[in-house]
Design a protein around this ligand. Structure first.
Ligand code: FE
Ligand code: FE
Ligand code: ZN
Length: 276
């Protein structure tokens, strides 16, 4: 099973690899820069090389870079859209130092302009930042639908991909807390939800899972993560999710409210429930 959690990038790349190993993980997620935006740290090639070696030696799965939360490609404000462009541009260039990995972002909030306008602006953004010879796969995260978030319906993600020129660079990251909060019943109707995902987007686009329980109930549109098994989704549903034939080989990233000890425990628990 490929599983890890969100780690702090502040100590460097090799340090994240070592920390992942120390908690029983074989992948991890990190923010490309301060989650609230700002400048990214200078790339240290030696540090990246050490991480690459560590990942090879320990059979790591793909690692997942997460864009800052403040990135909003479908803002009404042109300045914010321009910030999204320059940030993602820079992030995708830097990702090539660690080729063939994953980059996830929140599609954005349309802030009253309407879903259709939001989708149009997000695709426009992608058509400016994606480029032919990049090796990174860019993932749209499934959202809970709080406020004016775009991407809480599979149809919206599909429309963004449809309007993007370099579709082979695009995938989806399914966040279990978010889809549950968005109203997809992965607890009692996992099969139907996956059928729907396959019919609308295509399961071949699903590249990663954010594995989080939810503090709230199905369809609440809240987005409050909970520890695994302590929320509305529950441990039995997680056991079915991680063993589903369409999901069991994907990389899993925990974003639960935990310190490192809690993550270690959740990784151990999920590994114990995962069947080959
Ligand atoms: Fe996210
Ligand atoms: Fe997430
Ligand atoms: Zn969330």
């Amino acid at each position: 099973m490929i599983i890890g959690c969100h780690l702090s990038v502040s100590k460097g790349f090799e340090a994240m690899g070592k920390e992942a190993l120390s908690i029983g993980a074989n992948t991890f997620q990190f923010f490309t820069r301060n989650p609230r935006g700002g400048k990214a740290k200078e790339i240290n090639k030696d540090d990246i090389e050490k991480l690459t070696k560590l990942m090879e030696e320990n059979n790591f799965g793909k690692i997942l870079a997460h864009a800052p939360y403040t990135l909003n490609p479908c803002s009404k404000d042109e300045k914010i859209r321009r910030f999204a462009l320059s940030t993602m541009n820079d992030d995708l260039k830097r990702m090539e130092y660690i080729p063939n990995n994953l980059y996830n972002f929140h599609p954005g909030s349309h802030v009253g302009q309407g879903i259709e306008k939001g989708i149009e602006l997000i695709s426009l953004h992608l058509n400016k930042v994606l480029y032919e010879d990049m090796t990174t796969t860019v993932l749209l995260e499934t959202m809970a639908g709080k406020g004016s978030e775009v991407g809480s319906k599979f149809e919206e993600l599909k429309a963004i991909i449809d309007n993007t020129n370099l579709k082979d660079k695009m995938g989806v990251c399914l966040d279990t807390c978010h889809v549950f909060d968005a109203g997809y019943d992965i607890v009692d109707n996992l099969e139907n939800v996956l059928d729907e995902f396959d019919r609308i987007i295509g399961l071949e686009r699903l590249k990663a899972i954010h594995i989080n329980d939810s503090m709230n109930y199905l369809g609440c549109h809240k987005d409050r993560h909970q520890k695994i098994g302590k929320g509305g989704i529950g441990i039995d549903a997680f056991e079915r999710i991680i063993n589903h034939p369409a999901l069991k080989d994907l990389p899993y990233y925990l974003e639960t409210p935990n310190e490192i000890d809690g993550y270690t425990e959740e990784i151990r628990l999920l590994r114990s429930l995962h069947r080959g």
